[in-house]
Design a protein around this ligand. Structure first.
Ligand code: NAD
Length: 268
């Protein structure tokens, strides 16, 4: 018997098999969850690259709902939630694993970021969670769980994380306010703060190799986190096993966030 037998959910943010949302969805599927998935809209319907990449990950599970969705586009969101209502009736969990910032703004120091780049990044990376929560709430009449993905750069300065750090700070604050507002409806809202994982989104942020080396040298476990560890924690936090947890920011980073300085055995 699986932890998610009879449970239905929506997963936003699988770009390919290396996406964090894919790692979470794999664990949910293993536990018996039924899921609907979205991908970025494809410009050319004859070459549906995003849809194909998503289907490569989830196709074998025969999902009943696979749809395009741009969180900036109200009509695509309306279509997804109306299809979700028709297909599933009610929803038990939702995964929000979405972030975006224009590269030119992401690579700038924060004080040089453009007005439009700031708004766009906050809209896609933060408002999208608020909007999805608002849209899924009526479908979670029996309660539910909502998970989003964040990074330590939202709590402390991680050089190179720049504008995305501001977005993650706002996202983490949103998690707390949303958890407060939805707690009495038995809806839990939680963030997972993952250590650096080589994904499409991560390739836009700072010096990835340098970051993973830091985790290997500084974290209490002297290694970086693995995809399936983030997947399993995500699944646990969405499951009834974590029924007393909400508003939390759960670090899955081999303990890196607790260190205030290098371990004494770290190389110079
Ligand atoms: P990813 O590139 O696989 O996933 C990012 C997803 O965001 C993609 O599926 C993309 O399609 C989606 N997206 C972007 N703009 C969108 C829009 N307008 N509408 C709908 N979807 C949109 O990379 P990932 O690393 O798996 O990122 C998932 C989440 O995890 C992000 O919030 C990221 O900040 C966070 N995170 C990543 C790491 C890491 O090291 N990779 C660490 C901590 C947190």
């Amino acid at each position: 018997m699986g932890l998610f037998d009879g449970k239905k959910g929506l997963v936003f943010g699988i770009a390919n098999d290396r996406s964090i949302a894919a790692a979470i969805a794999r664990e949910l599927h293993r536990e018996g969850a039924e899921m609907g998935f979205t991908h970025l809209p494809d410009a050319d319907p004859n070459r549906p690259k995003s849809e194909n990449r998503l289907r490569k990950v989830v196709g074998d599970w025969n999902p009943q709902l696979v749809m395009p969705c741009d969180v900036q586009d109200e009509s695509s969101l309306d279509a997804v939630f109306s299809a979700a209502r028709e297909t599933f009736g009610s929803i038990d969990f939702l995964v929000h694993s979405i972030a975006y910032a224009p590269l030119e703004d992401l690579q700038k120091p924060v004080h040089e970021v453009s007005r439009s780049g700031f708004s766009l990044s906050m809209e896609v990376s933060v408002f999208s969670l608020i909007d999805l929560v608002n849209r899924v709430k009526p479908l979670m009449s029996e309660g539910g769980s909502i998970l989003t993905m964040t990074y330590l750069g939202g709590e402390i300065v991680i050089p190179g994380y720049n504008l995305m750090g501001l977005c993650k700070a706002a996202l983490e604050s949103s998690v707390k306010y949303l958890a407060h507002e939805l707690g009495q409806s038995r809806i839990r809202v939680i963030a997972v703060s993952a250590g650096p994982l080589r994904t499409l989104a991560a390739s836009a942020v700072g010096d990835f190799q340098k970051m993973t080396k830091l985790y290997e040298a500084f974290s209490p476990m002297r290694r970086n986190v693995e995809f399936d560890e983030v997947g399993k924690t995500g699944m646990f936090l969405l499951s009834d096993m974590s029924s007393g947890i909400t508003g939390e920011n759960v670090h899955v980073d081999c303990g890196y966030h607790v260190m205030g300085g290098p371990p004494l055995d770290a190389d110079e």
